[in-house]
Design a protein around this ligand. Structure first.
Ligand code: M6R
Length: 593
């Protein structure tokens, strides 16, 4: 949540920061702001307002050319969405200018303890940091003033700080929120995500917690909070600029839905060398040695985890529990004697999961993250990490990451099992089935007929029920239609009371053994006026079914069944002219608890 970018070097800082903020807008879009050095007045100008990065691009058209600056795109936590609370924030004399991602839990205490005489111009926790640095800088060297401030902060932060008395430096620091330092010919870029560095940096270093950075035009030094120099390793950036554009598609979400077959193939390519799995054998050994596997995750990743539970239990016969991260962290259930923990997270930065990981590390339990971002905090802190190779997912509503998480969980389950079928072949067939559906889909026309109500239901049994949960999340996230995913057989135990004339009920059917049961449940809602719609695999198909997908391995149906539901959500939002890639109130990377 919140994206920050800073640049210092021999290039146009405004352009680099605005491009970076545009790429990071998925992290929050309540407001955007920028600070650039003004040679003429020898101080930092600040541009900020509520609204999107485009508004900032327009308002900074005539900004003075600068080689140094910092920018921010906000997902509001403390204080309303307005200009005053937008970043950058500044200290009382405007000497220190700061952008921040994270939450400072003790900001009110710090305010009363150290800043009772300071005038504040916002309601944010961030401004307290700027004011503290200024207060300490009255007696301390600026670097000490910053580290002294950092040591007082409780919570999370990724920070960039400018000092108007020394515009030849950007200071940065990180604790819990992500921050990456990039090094390129034209200078140093520091940002919340690697994506903002593409095109400007050749190498990067993902900062560790409690590090403090001093960046100059052609040099960057990284210290711990006691000012001891850290020998930071910079790795080459391998991401392609094309990964961050929409290409021929109208929206990132549509592009990412269409990328799913190639993502599955990439996963197969990365996890198999001919028939040999490339997964670190220690992971499989440690999982096999466990008496119970716990999958922790949030949102869409939790829905992928539910599919993972079925796959692991059926293939490997190890019991699996799935827990919502935000519940697990503060209401830890009774844990078995030899547990193994899988943390499923696209971003690898979700704060609720981080809270779980801190707890699990305390007990020294083995942990595996399944992430899309190998440089992420969770990927680095867990015992093991498996990448999902989905490529950057920019739309806030997750699609290809879900499919990739399910595919990787399927491989893990398979590697734990007696290997009675060909997983590579099964995954490749799933990719083909998705591809075939995408090449001829007519979801746009189908959706227009019936998604006209304020509410909607997805029903299914087994794996289809879990896909229904994900389908419902997707539809509500971007179309704002109140939707529930329901176990088909459970509807009649109460919720059927909500069915009225025209209420859309979408059935997901991919298991021939329970095909008849789900269809009976459809009849029950039809009898009460529901408008029904069926998404089925060919082995379950009947003449009037609206969407029929090629049959795939019975354990991999989630990979294909979810795709029409993603498009259904997409077109429902498109029909309503909503901002599909940036739905209201959301941010992609949820770095606050
Ligand atoms: O980065 P993570 O996978 O940990 O994120 C978890 C959820 O915040 C995320 O899946 C969210 O539910 C998406 N917006 C769903 O589309």
């Amino acid at each position: 949540m919140c994206g920050i970018v800073g640049f210092i070097g021999n290039n146009d800082a405004k352009q680099i920061i605005l491009n970076g903020l545009t790429r990071l807008e998925y992290r929050g879009y309540d407001s955007a702001g920028l600070s650039l050095f003004n040679q003429r007045y020898q101080n930092f100008d600040i541009y900020k307002d509520e609204g999107r990065v485009q508004k900032l691009i327009d308002s900074t058209k005539n900004a003075a050319y600068s080689n140094v600056g910092i920018g921010h795109t906000r997902w509001a936590t403390h204080g309303k969405v307005n200009k005053e609370n937008s970043h950058p924030h500044y200290s009382q004399s405007r000497r220190f200018i700061i952008v921040h991602n994270g939450v400072i839990d003790n900001y009110q205490d710090l305010k009363s303890q150290y800043l009772s005489n300071a005038n504040f111009s916002s309601d944010t926790d961030t401004e307290v940091i700027a004011q503290l640095i200024e207060t300490f800088a009255q007696t301390l060297h600026v670097e000490n003033a910053i580290t002294t401030t950092l040591k007082l902060l409780h919570g999370s932060y990724a920070l960039l700080v400018l000092d108007a008395n020394d515009p030849e430096k950007i200071y940065a620091a990180k604790y819990k929120s992500p921050l990456i330092v990039g090094h390129g010919e034209s200078g140093i870029t520091i940002a919340s995500d690697l994506m903002a560095l593409i095109g400007y940096s050749d190498t990067y270093h993902a900062l560790e917690d409690k590090t403090f950075v001093v960046a100059r035009r052609d040099d960057v030094k990284i210290f711990n909070l006691d000012h001891q120099l850290i020998d930071a390793v910079f790795k080459p950036i391998e991401m392609d600029a094309a990964d961050t554009t929409k290409g021929e598609f109208a929206h990132y979400m549509l592009k990412e839905i269409h990328e799913q077959p190639s993502v599955i193939r990439r996963i197969v390519g990365n996890y198999y060398d001919y028939d040999a799995s490339t997964i670190n054998p220690e992971i499989i050994k440690s999982m096999r040695a466990s008496d119970r596997i716990y999958i922790l995750a949030a949102g869409t990743s939790m829905h992928a985890g539910l599919i993972g539970k079925q796959l692991i239990e059926q293939l490997a016969e190890i019991p699996v529990e799935v827990h919502i991260a935000s519940e697990f962290a503060y209401q830890m259930p009774l844990i078995s004697k030899k547990p193994f923990f899988i943390l499923v997270t696209q971003s690898g930065e979700t704060a609720d999961l981080r809270a779980c990981l801190v707890l699990l590390k305390k007990y020294q339990y083995p942990t595996l993250t399944i992430t899309n971002v190998a440089t992420s905090t969770l990927a680095r802190e867990a015992s093991y990490n498996l990448e999902i190779f989905a490529g950057p997912e920019i739309a806030v509503a997750s699609t290809k990451a879900y499919v990739a998480q399910v595919a990787v969980l399927a491989i893990v389950a398979f590697e734990l099992s007696a290997k009675t079928f060909d997983i590579k072949d099964a995954l490749t067939k799933a990719a083909l089935s998705i591809e075939k559906f995408l090449s001829s889909e007519k979801m746009d026309d189908l959706v227009r007929n019936f998604l006209t109500r304020r509410n909607c239901f997805f029903i299914g049994r087994g794996l289809d029920y879990y896909v229904g949960l994900e389908a419902a999340l997707k539809l509500k996230e971007i179309s704002y239609i109140q939707t529930e995913g329901f176990a088909a057989g459970e509807l009649k135990h109460g919720t059927i009371a909500l069915i009225e004339d025209g209420t859309p009920v979408i059935a997901l059917i991919s298991n021939p053994e329970i095909n008849g049961n789900t269809r009976s449940n459809l009849k029950e809602v039809q009898a009460r006026g529901a408008y029904t719609f069926k998404i089925v695999t060919s082995d379950c198909a009947q003449p009037d079914d609206e969407v029929v997908l090629d049959q795939v391995h019975p354990l991999l149906t989630a990979l294909v069944m979810v795709v029409p539901t993603q498009l259904l959500a997409y077109y429902a939002a498109l029909d309503r002219s909503y901002d599909i890639d940036k739905p209201r109130n959301l941010a992609k990377s949820v770095t606050v608890e």
